[in-house]
Design a protein around this ligand. Structure first.
Ligand SMILES: Cc1cc2nc3c(=O)[nH]c(=O)nc-3n(C[C@H](O)[C@H](O)[C@H](O)COP(=O)(O)OP(=O)(O)OC[C@H]3O[C@@H](n4cnc5c(N)ncnc54)[C@H](O)[C@@H]3O)c2cc1C
Ligand code: FES
Length: 264
């Protein structure tokens, strides 16, 4: 498949993960890797980058949280409805052969690509500490699926309704102090990812983050997703970056740009 070609297929399954997040199963073999994304297209609502939350047996999944017009329209889709996509695009998480134990730290729909990574890591015989944080218990995603896979699921909530009361970064610190972890992977709010990259650096453990920016073309042509000061496009050089590189990006955890290029 050429990257710029749209494929249109019927949705095979719709699974409600929480009040505002659904997972769509799309019957198409992408040959993707965890961390990559597709440009999902809904006629009449537009096109947006969405990370893959899994791929196996000739089907892939995406998990979308309703926050605006596009994501709300995706959340209204039913089994049998048509959806378009192109991809997969971007860099992927790298699981070194000699690493036996990893920690993932997710927040919100950021746990989607991490659930795909966890599946891959467990199939390679690696131990996974799946750390997830949310405002409250009902916003936690994929926890049962990860437990069933065999991951050690460690949760935190701001209100203490599930797991530790506090931040997922505190849970990570505790895991790194008490276990031998070879690599840390994160996806979620940028402030959380920045802290994860800093903590990993402090413990001298390599990390990878998934850095999102507003994207239009998804293939490195329009320049919409370039970041200060490095000037790299995140749709081709990212979204997955080493924590070390991400910490060199001036705007990481500080600001991003809206569709017109204005700093937000
Ligand atoms: C590489 C990449 C991967 C992505 N993967 C996923 C994914 O797996 N699942 C997913 O749901 N989205 C994902 N996104 C985000 C997605 O592309 C859209 O930005 C998102 O669906 C919102 O689009 P919208 O048009 O519905 O809302 P918009 O109209 O763009 O936004 C509506 C309002 O919500 C705010 N908003 C936007 N995003 C968020 C957010 N995450 N949390 C809180 N408020 C927000 C905006 O500031 C605005 O005020 C990804 C983005 C990138 C760049
Ligand atoms: S979205 Fe066009 S260059 Fe990245």
């Amino acid at each position: 498949m050429k990257n710029d070609e749209f494929i249109v297929v019927k949705i095979e399954e719709v699974h409600k993960e929480s009040k505002d997040t659904i997972t769509l199963t799309i019957p198409y073999k992408l040959n993707s890797k965890p961390g990559q994304f597709v440009m999902l297209w809904l006629p009449g609502s537009g096109e947006k980058p969405i990370s893959l939350s899994g791929e196996k047996d000739g089907k892939f999944t995406v998990s979308v949280c309703a926050v605006g017009s596009f994501s709300q329209a995706v959340n209204n889709l039913k089994k049998g409805d048509k959806i378009g996509f192109r991809g997969p695009f971007g860099t992927h998480y790298k699981l070194p052969k000699d690493c036996t134990s990893i920690a993932t730290v997710g927040g919100g729909y950021g746990s989607a690509p991490l659930s795909y990574l966890t599946e891959e890591a467990i199939s390679q015989g690696k131990k996974v500490y799946f750390i997830e944080g949310a405002r409250t218990k009902t916003r936690l995603l994929f926890t049962e699926r990860m437990r069933k896979l065999g991951a050690e699921v460690l949760l935190s909530t701001d209100d203490g309704s599930e797991g530790v009361k506090g931040y997922s970064t505190d849970v990570l610190k505790n895991v790194l102090e008490t276990h031998k972890i070879d690599k840390v992977f994160t996806c979620g709010p940028e402030i959380m990812m920045k802290k994860v990259a800093e903590i990993s650096k402090e413990f001298k453990i390599p990390s990878e983050v998934s850095m999102e920016r507003y994207m239009k073309c998804g293939i490195g042509v329009c320049g919409q997703c370039c970041v200060d000061d490095l000037g790299i496009c995140l749709c081709t050089n990212g979204p997955i970056l080493s924590g070390e590189l991400a910490l060199k990006i001036k705007e990481f955890g500080v600001y991003h740009r809206d569709p017109t290029g204005k700093k937000v």
